[in-house]
Design a protein around this ligand. Structure first.
Ligand SMILES: Cc1cc2nc3c(=O)[nH]c(=O)nc-3n(C[C@H](O)[C@H](O)[C@H](O)COP(=O)(O)OP(=O)(O)OC[C@H]3O[C@@H](n4cnc5c(N)ncnc54)[C@H](O)[C@@H]3O)c2cc1C
Length: 248
């Protein structure tokens, strides 16, 4: 959830093992995975400074899976739940150092958020292409709907905004390749590009009329797929909280 430091899964030392107890919902590939990296409190009193990463084999006793969750979109990718009930995890399955897990996660999150932004821009670009083609073919009032100024302006605005987003995302990629992408820029890219993705896809769906609501059309599927992007990888509200910390 948004409150990562408030996680309740624990891994407490017992001889040569940790005893892992807890669970996690909303795990991409959770129904298929065999080896998982579990984020757990090894020092429950210490908030962020008591979090560690453990490599867990889902075949071990005490590990179980919940149901495959039914999402509004992204049906090709499963989202599941995992549960850990007194799972013995050998101490050498600790990833990195004990109680440094939160810092490791914070280190990797900018890359995950940049990937979400890249995907958002790519999907918005695809939507503009599908819509442009559709609007040249679809006829209403004796003409292609592209002849309506509203259609052209809607697509022109989308094309402009997506171009602006791509320039920023390209800049973030450059920074990432140089090892200089910071959490603020990655949060800006994630929040702004996924908001734009949803805005553009919604406008493009509208241009498809009733067909836009039919899953036979790629725009309909993309529209349902896009919604979760404003939530996963850290919600867009959390992104704004992170950005706000850098205000002068
Ligand atoms: C399809 C999908 C796949 C996912 N895959 C994974 C995965 O593979 N691994 C993984 O770890 N997680 C995954 N998640 C979980 C995802 O990261 C969380 O859903 C997300 O971080 C939000 O947490 P939450 O659902 O608990 O919502 P909550 O934290 O309960 O938030 C509810 C609402 O409150 C708002 N809110 C919360 N705190 C604040 C605040 N401080 N200020 C302002 N607003 C706030 C949120 O923005 C949101 O609008 C996935 C989620 C989805 C939908």
């Amino acid at each position: 959830g948004s409150d990562l430091q408030g996680l309740r899964t624990t891994a407490l030392r017992d001889g040569e093992d940790y005893i892992l107890n807890g669970g996690k919902t909303f795990i991409t590939n959770g129904s298929l995975c065999d080896l998982v990296v579990v984020v757990a409190k090894t020092d429950p009193a210490a908030a962020g400074k008591g979090i560690s990463l453990l490599v867990v084999d889902m075949r071990w006793p005490g590990c179980s899976r919940g149901r495959r969750l039914k999402k509004i979109g992204m049906r090709a990718q499963d989202t599941g739940e995992l549960f850990f009930d007194d799972v013995r995890v050998p101490l050498d399955h600790l990833l990195g150092e004990e109680n440094r897990g939160f810092a490791y996660l914070m280190n990797e999150l900018p890359w995950e958020r940049l990937q979400i932004a890249i995907s958002a821009v790519a999907q918005a670009e695809a939507a503009i292409e599908w819509s442009s083609r559709y609007c040249r073919e679809r006829q209403a009032f004796g003409q292609a709907i592209m002849q309506f100024q509203n259609t052209r302006f809607t697509l022109a605005e989308a094309l402009t905004e997506v171009q602006v987003a791509r320039v920023f995302v390209d800049r973030c990629i450059e920074l990432f390749v140089r090892g200089e992408l910071d959490a603020t820029a990655a949060s800006m890219a994630k929040y702004w590009c996924t908001d734009l993705q949803c805005k553009v896809l919604d406008a493009c769906l509208q241009l498809h009329g009733g067909n836009g609501c039919m899953l036979d059309y790629p725009i309909a599927r993309a529209w349902t797929d896009a919604r979760a992007a404003r939530i996963y990888g850290g919600s867009n509200e959390i992104m704004k909280e992170l950005i706000a910390r850098q205000l002068p």
